[in-house]
Write a protein that binds this ligand. Structure first.
Ligand code: URA
Length: 434
């Protein structure tokens, strides 16, 4: 093997790395023969000079192959995975998973926990009493086969190279590189073993990538990787310029998802879910998008998606009575109304700030092993372009300690913008990349 320092030089000068060099880099970093300081320099070089599509695909596949790749072939049908690049109030998997399964698409999904300002599907599901997300491979297959859907936690051997590289990126200011993000996400999606992949690429002030053009570039890179790896991949851009729906926080979001599965709930959540579900169904059934959207709506209206959701909860050990009576879910002992300090139209909402504030209230974790308060979070009363008067309740804070609510209310002061006139409506649904 060439000395790794020579490869760092090469990348620094914007020369291409060969497939062998990239594979040796991933292997060498995982087996400890390449130290952190050299890998950090390489990651920084990639941040500045990038990777072409061949290099990017090779890197992603090497990361995928650093652990085990799920074989979902025992599950009949076209398996479609769905992944969101993260957002605030994003409970879409809880809704569109059952919708797609009710339309006959097997959903064998591995999801993650929340970290930082975005929530994670696994935390939301674990806020349902009894719900298990640590099913064995055999239990996972059995669940998908019997109810059509299972949402399980990510196993430790899913793309372990990504775990090591991500931890290094986190402390070397190399997270915000489009090719590194694309390789990180796609290595896990490809290892999860579905036949096709739908990516919900969020964009805006509550997304991982805030700039629309950069989000589009990320979507294009991920679709190129998926396609090069032989998996049909579609990316839908969706806005995170305000939190999705009204609820932010684990069991608060479960309650909102239950409403949505009954055909109720906030319009923005319904529109995003209909769009994403239509893509999943279109990919899985190989039918036009409009027909798929009609099927998604009918799965909700007929109650079939709700039935599938209940079966999923039961199959994964959750207590279904809480889903039938969501008012039974534990409520936060402290609720405090946060009120408008002026009259006017709400013209901006800093979604990331809402995510951080929900975290302050106990809904999130800042370190991997922190405990999460399932009942903590924020329920919004108003969103962009609503007119409010001074003293109107803008949001209700849910927490276990009064003092946390005080700190959170202070943080929210900076999260709203007001004006005498309305602003452009949020463009919820952006471009599609195929
Ligand atoms: N999510 C990931 O899984 N990886 C990244 O690099 C960024 C967001």
């Amino acid at each position: 093997m060439e000395r790794f320092v020579d490869l760092i030089h090469k990348k620094k000068r914007d020369s291409e790395l060969s497939d062998d060099e990239i594979k040796q880099m991933v292997e060498g970093y995982c087996n400890g023969s390449i130290p952190d300081y050299q890998m950090s320099a390489m990651l920084m070089a990639i941040c500045f000079t990038g990777l072409n599509d061949r290099e990017l695909t090779t890197l992603t596949l090497a990361m995928r192959d650093s652990g085990s790749v799920s074989d979902l072939s025992p599950v009949k049908g076209i398996k479609v995975d769905k992944h969101s690049t993260g957002g605030v109030g994003d409970k879409t998997t809880l809704i569109i998973g059952p919708v797609a399964a009710a339309c006959g698409i097997p959903v064998a999904k591995m999801s993650g926990r929340g970290l930082g300002f975005t929530g994670g599907t696994i935390d939301k599901l674990e806020s349902i009493p009894g719900f298990r997300t640590d099913l064995s491979a055999a239990e996972f297959f059995q669940a998908v086969q019997s109810v059509g859907i299972c949402v399980n936690g990510q196993t430790d051997d899913l793309a372990p190279a990504d775990k090591r590289i991500y931890a290094l990126r986190d402390v070397t200011a190399t997270v915000d590189s489009i090719p590194l993000i694309a390789a990180s996400i796609m290595s896990k999606k490809l290892a999860a073993g579905s036949d096709k992949i739908l990516l919900d690429v969020t964009t805006g002030n509550g997304a991982f990538i805030k700039d629309y053009g950069q989000s589009l570039a990320l979507a294009e890179k991920m679709v190129a990787i998926g396609t090069n790896a032989g998996k049909q991949t579609v990316a839908q851009l969706t806005s995170m310029d305000e939190p999705l729906g009204f609820a932010i926080g684990n069991n608060l979001e479960v309650k909102e998802a239950i409403d949505a599965l009954h055909g109720n709930g906030p319009d923005d959540l319904r529109i995003v879910c209909d769009t994403l579900a239509a893509h999943m169904i279109s990919l899985g059934k190989e039918i036009p998008l409009e027909q798929a959207e009609a099927e998604a709506k009918s799965a909700i209206e007929s109650g079939r998606a709700w039935e599938v959701f209940l079966s999923m909860v039961e199959q994964q050990g959750g207590d279904v009575s809480y889903m039938e009576h969501p008012e039974k879910l534990p409520a936060a002992p402290v609720t405090v109304d946060y009120r408008a300090k002026e009259d006017g139209y709400i013209t901006s909402m800093d979604s990331e700030g809402f995510g951080v504030t929900a975290g302050l209230l106990g809904a999130g974790r800042s370190r991997k092993d922190d405990a999460v308060d399932f009942s903590a979070g924020i329920v919004l009363r108003h969103k962009i372009n609503d007119f409010v008067k001074r003293g109107d309740v803008l949001a209700t804070l849910h927490t276990s300690k009064e003092e946390l609510a005080d700190a959170a209310a202070e943080r929210l002061d900076g999260c709203y913008g007001f004006s005498d006139t309305e602003t452009e409506p949020v463009r919820l649904i952006g471009d599609v990349v195929r």
